[in-house]
Write a protein that binds this ligand. Structure first.
Ligand code: SF4
Ligand code: SF4
Ligand code: FES
Length: 279
């Protein structure tokens, strides 16, 4: 397939610029192969994060020709070769060096989410009963590889910088009301909450967290996150929209509030599963 020019961003948090390299491309190569060839032949100090080269570890996220992609899953034969292939780090997160960004903020958001807590077993032998449809519903969300491409492309984080504040211990806090200090959890963590909230055995109510700390209301359903997800998770249709409906029911619908109160008084268990748009 011949030589192709790669225009790769080089630098660190103090600044940087694009630099051109040539790589010999052959059939079956992906962008990460070309980056490795450039590291081996021309730029041994080029920083690039990767682990599996199989689309499963979520490490090699970058922007290829301006689109958030996994470098190991972007085949060279899908890109034009008559112009330089642009490779730059994810824009939403702070630069460490070259193609490597600091994504640790995401792990701090993750810590805000209470873990799975099942109800007591349904049978004396310690087992539970649940419908297959309810089990299948959350499998989609569990495919997430934490590549953070959805976080990178979400304009609420990327353009409006809703990364919240940290306290003196470095823990994330969320400002109240719309301000630059207000945290938005981002699509990855809406999906994580959905996987727990829709779990048929889980007993924790994470709706106050969604409304107040993760500020799900800031999402305006542009679906950019869904478009870039390499696992093809229906982030908005199956995760965020049903969660938004649930938050509205919980906090803003007086009829649902009354029904819930009566249900609580009668000891009716709260139903955690939600309707799914796309199977
Ligand atoms: S749909 Fe919501 S979470 Fe997804 S990119 Fe748009 S604003 Fe962000
Ligand atoms: S939801 Fe998709 S795009 Fe977002 S982190 Fe998970 S795998 Fe990546
Ligand atoms: S190297 Fe693991 S997803 Fe690309």
């Amino acid at each position: 397939m011949g030589k192709v020019t790669f225009r790769i961003w080089r630098g660190d948090k103090s600044g940087g610029d694009f630099k051109d390299y040539q790589a010999e491309i052959s059939e079956g190569m992906v962008v990460l192969d070309a980056v490795h060839q450039i590291q081996a032949t021309q730029a041994p100090d080029l920083a690039c994060r990767w682990n599996c080269k199989a689309g499963k570890c979520g490490s090699c996220s970058a922007e290829v020709n301006g689109k958030p992609r996994l470098m190991c899953m972007t085949r060279m034969d899908t890109l034009p070769h008559d112009q330089p292939v642009m490779i730059q780090p994810m824009k939403a997160f702070p630069i460490i060096r070259d193609l490597v960004t600091d994504v640790s903020w995401n792990y701090r958001v993750n810590k805000l989410i209470p873990p799975f807590k099942p109800r007591p077993p349904d049978a004396p032998d310690g087992t539970w009963r649940m419908g297959q449809e309810e089990v299948d519903r959350i499998q989609e969300f569990r495919k997430c590889i934490e590549c953070f491409l959805c976080q990178n492309v979400c304009h609420v984080l990327r353009e409006h910088h809703r990364f919240g504040q940290t306290d003196e211990k470095g823990q994330l806090t969320s400002g109240q009301g719309p301000s630059e200090a207000e945290l938005f959890g981002g699509p990855r963590f809406m999906i994580r909450v959905a996987s727990l909230e829709m779990h048929p055995l889980d007993t924790v109510n994470r709706l106050p967290l969604l409304q107040k700390e993760l500020n799900i209301g800031l999402c305006n359903i542009t679906k950019c996150c869904t478009e870039v997800c390499p696992e093809h998770i229906h982030i908005t249709d199956n995760g965020i929209i049903p969660l938004k409906e649930r938050v509205v029911d919980e906090f803003y619908d007086p009829l649902m509030w009354a029904v819930r109160k009566v249900g609580e008084a009668l000891g009716v268990r709260r139903r955690k599963s939600l309707p799914m748009v796309n199977p």
